[in-house]
Design a protein around this ligand. Structure first.
Ligand SMILES: [Zn+2]
Length: 312
């Protein structure tokens, strides 16, 4: 007779662990902009709840993938299992010679890669974090080549540069815990990105913070001090209201804009249980200059599978 589960007994949550992978020594060997002429901007795929971004070159080709997620309401839910991998690969096409980076290890930022094949054949450069056993197993067993960003580089921004001078910045924003038993909020210890185009009068920037509030990213402050104008933002944490901070507001409030409007992209699933996004914070900050765009609107309107956020 099969054992009857005791409903009163609480299941012990799975133990979180540290990502196990080697560590990059010379990031130049992975430079995703080697041989790239220029950058056009960033592609934000409709992955439902989560993030799936690709940095696009001047010819419209993805040259670096940032996150490859999609959880609740992901576009692959209705696909029969036998066709799912091919659908994921076609939806967010990825060349095995390209690099994948993840902002952090929450499931909605990587889990589509586990459903497809192509992304797992690429090289991954990732933050070492204490996270779910599922993420740790994926990192250790399912990706062809994976390296971690050394913790010694925390708070030290780096950038890759295209032939025309366009820059792709990235920074591990805070140290991760060494104690695998302690809970780590991965939102705050991951990697944040930005795209910069310089000009004679200064330049412009597009901010890609993952799920980290803008105030936590050191190099955003230096872009602000350099008087780069703000072209667009992928809203942090899918536009959540919960971690909106005064540091975020202070950074964005007086940031000069590139044009008359600033594009704010919300990467989110329709009707999600988290209440994402909450665009009012941005609406208050930017007033009439606020130009919101939502990935969940794409499916609703039959308007394609991604939004491009390009340099002005
Ligand atoms: Zn997320």
């Amino acid at each position: 007779m099969p054992a009857v589960p005791d409903k009163k007994k609480k299941a012990t949550p799975p133990k979180r662990q540290r990502i196990k992978a080697g560590r990059i020594r010379n990031v130049g060997q992975l430079d995703p902009l080697a041989g790239v002429g220029s950058l056009r901007g960033v592609r934000v795929y409709d992955v439902g709840q989560g993030d799936g971004l690709a940095v696009i070159d001047g010819n419209g080709k993805p040259v670096l993938h940032i996150d490859y997620g999609g959880r609740q309401r992901n576009p692959f839910m209705q696909t029969p299992p036998a066709q799912r991998a091919a659908r994921v690969d076609a939806y967010m096409p990825i060349d095995a010679s390209r690099l994948v980076m993840v902002t952090h290890w929450d499931e909605d930022h990587w889990c589509s890669a586990d459903k497809g094949i192509a992304a797992r054949a690429a090289t991954w450069l990732v933050p070492r974090q204490v996270t779910s056993p599922r993420a740790v197993e994926f990192a250790a067993k399912k990706v062809a080549r994976m390296a971690c960003i050394p913790e010694a580089w925390v708070g030290v921004p780096s950038y890759f540069r295209a032939a025309n001078g366009d820059e792709l910045w990235w920074e591990k924003i805070a140290a991760s815990g060494t104690n695998a038993a302690a809970h780590e909020d991965c939102n705050h210890t991951g990697v944040a990105f930005s795209l910069v185009r310089r000009s004679k009068s200064g330049g412009q920037v597009i901010l890609l913070p993952g799920d980290a509030p803008f105030g936590e990213v050191g190099h955003y402050r230096s872009h602000w001090e350099d008087m780069l104008t703000l072209t667009g933002i992928v809203a942090f944490h899918h536009g959540a209201d919960t971690h909106w901070t005064s540091a975020t507001r202070d950074l964005l409030e007086f940031w000069p804009l590139t044009g008359k409007q600033v594009r704010v992209v919300f990467s989110c699933g329709v009707d999600n249980s988290y209440g994402h996004p909450f665009p009012d914070n941005y609406a208050q900050l930017f007033g009439g200059a606020f130009l919101p765009q939502r990935t969940d609107d794409l499916r609703r309107k039959g308007a394609g599978t991604y939004l491009d956020l390009d340099f002005a």
